[in-house]
Design a protein around this ligand. Structure first.
Ligand SMILES: [Zn+2]
Length: 286
C-alpha cells in the first residue's frame, strides 16, 4: 500500500522556472498592445499570462535611466545613470544588476540590444554576453534567437528599438508608429519561437515590458502617457489571462526575475516581486 504524500503548498513547491527572458520594447505604449489587431504574439502572451496596462517607469522616463532601473531594481538616485547617451567617460552603473546576481550563482546570462548606450548598465564582467547586432529589432531578435537555441541562457535581456524610433520621427500613435509596433510584435514572435525550438518554453518566465511610453514626438515623463508601460508575464505557474491588480513599477521587473530564479538581490533594492502573478496553492488545488 502506498503511503499518502503530504500535499504541497506553494512555498514548498520547487520552482519550475529555470530561465527568465526579459524583452523590452523601447517606447511601446500599453494601448498599442491591448485591443489592437494583429499584435498576435503579444496577444498570445497576455492571454496565456498576467498583465498590467498601467505599469510605470521611473520619473526619468528615458531609455538609459529607465532600463537601468528595470535591470537593477533601484531608481536613478541609486544607480546613477542620469544621462541618455553612450558617454564612455561617464563610467557605469553604480549598483549590481540582476545579471551580476545570476552570474555570481553560476547562471548563464546575455543581453542583445539595439542601442549601444545600454552598455552603461552592463560593464564587461557583469554579464556573460553583451551584443548589439543592429539598431532594428529584426537583427537583434534573429541573433538573440540563434543564441537561445545554441546556449539556452538562464537569464536573457532583449531590447527592441523600433517603436521609439518611429515615435520620435513621426509621432507616437501615428501610422508609422503602429507599423513599428507590428515589427516589434514579429520580433517578439522570433524570440518566442526560438524558446519553443530550444524546448525552453515550459520552463521560461517571459516578461515583456518597455522603458517608457510617449506622446507627440517625445517622452519627458511628466504625463501618464510617457510613464505608463506594458507589463506582461507568462510562464510556468503564472496565472493565465489575469489582470494584475497591484501597482507595478519597472523596478519590480528586476525583483520578479530574481525571485523566479530563486536568487536574492546583491544589495537592497526598491523593486518587489509581482507575486500575485503566480498561482496560489488554493487556486491550483494543490
Ligand atoms: Zn526615445
Amino acid at each position: 500500500m502506498s503511503v499518502p504524500q503530504p500535499r504541497l503548498t506553494l512555498s514548498d513547491q520547487p520552482s519550475q522556472v529555470r530561465h527568465v527572458v526579459i524583452i523590452s520594447e523601447d517606447g511601446m505604449r500599453p494601448d498599442l498592445i491591448y485591443g489592437q489587431q494583429n499584435m498576435v504574439w503579444h496577444e498570445q502572451l497576455y492571454r496565456n499570462g498576467s498583465f498590467s496596462w498601467k505599469a510605470r517607469t521611473i520619473r526619468t522616463a528615458s531609455t538609459l535611466p529607465s532600463h537601468a532601473s528595470m535591470l537593477s531594481g533601484v531608481d536613478v538616485d541609486q544607480h546613477g545613470l542620469t544621462w541618455n547617451t553612450w558617454l564612455k567617460t561617464r563610467g557605469f552603473i553604480r549598483v549590481p544588476t540582476i545579471f551580476q546576481a545570476a552570474e555570481e550563482n553560476g547562471l548563464k546570462t546575455a543581453a542583445f540590444v539595439g542601442k549601444p548606450k545600454l552598455r552603461h548598465i552592463m560593464p564587461a564582467g557583469t554579464v556573460g554576453i553583451f551584443a548589439r547586432p543592429g539598431y532594428y529589432c529584426k537583427k537583434v531578435s534573429d541573433e538573440a534567437a540563434r543564441y537561445i537555441e545554441r546556449e539556452k541562457p538562464e537569464l536573457l535581456f532583449v531590447h527592441f528599438s523600433d517603436p521609439d524610433e518611429a515615435g520620435h520621427s513621426d509621432g507616437w500613435m501615428t501610422a508609422s508608429y503602429r507599423k513599428a509596433a507590428l515589427a516589434s510584435d514579429a520580433c517578439l514572435g522570433t524570440i518566442y519561437r526560438a524558446l519553443q525550438q530550444a524546448n525552453m518554453i515550459d520552463e521560461t518566465l517571459v516578461i515583456v515590458s518597455a522603458d517608457h511610453g510617449g506622446h507627440a514626438r517625445g517622452h519627458t515623463g511628466a504625463i501618464p502617457s510617457d510613464r505608463e508601460i506594458p507589463w506582461i508575464a507568462s510562464g510556468p505557474g503564472v496565472r493565465r489571462g489575469y489582470h494584475i491588480r497591484s501597482a507595478v513599477s519597472t523596478m519590480d521587473t528586476a525583483a520578479t526575475a530574481l525571485a523566479a530564479l530563486g536568487l536574492a538581490p546583491l544589495t537592497r533594492i526598491s523593486g518587489r516581486p509581482v507575486s500575485e502573478i503566480f498561482q496560489s496553492s488554493t487556486r491550483t488545488g494543490l
